[in-house]
Ligand binder design. Sequence first.
Ligand SMILES: [Zn+2]
Length: 152
Amino acid sequence: MIPKDWSHVYDQFFETVDLARSEGIEGDTLAQVKEALRVAMLQQVWSKLQEDYPELREWRFDISTRVTSALGYCYQRSKRVTVAYWVVSTSINHSIDTLLHEAAHALTDIRAQSHGDNWRYNAYRLGCKELRASCSDKSYWKRFAPAARKAR
Ligand SMILES: [Zn+2]
């Protein structure tokens, strides 16, 4: 089984950022451009996921400012996956990886272990790169957050 490849999405992001830089856009304006691009890229990935996995068509995706101690969340009962706003404002890689991570939860039977083999299989086939981390693992989050915030 070949995992999904999202490199075209990353290419599109970095090419557009380069273009903005070449037009003299920098500082806060560049940060705003990047953030808007990350949102657009996430919507593009989510549309593709819904197209390829009919099970996800009854699910919603959003970006949440309320999720502050995790990268994202999967609300099984209300069929909603969310990526934390602080991730979207920080990093394209973690934004997309978090969406794939949460989408894998959505595809995994609610009775299965949360980051067990079934989830891992789904995350892998969706093209999620970070299969070890938990979306609510605060030690991972604490380790990652300060560096990511600085790198933005
Ligand atoms: Zn998770």
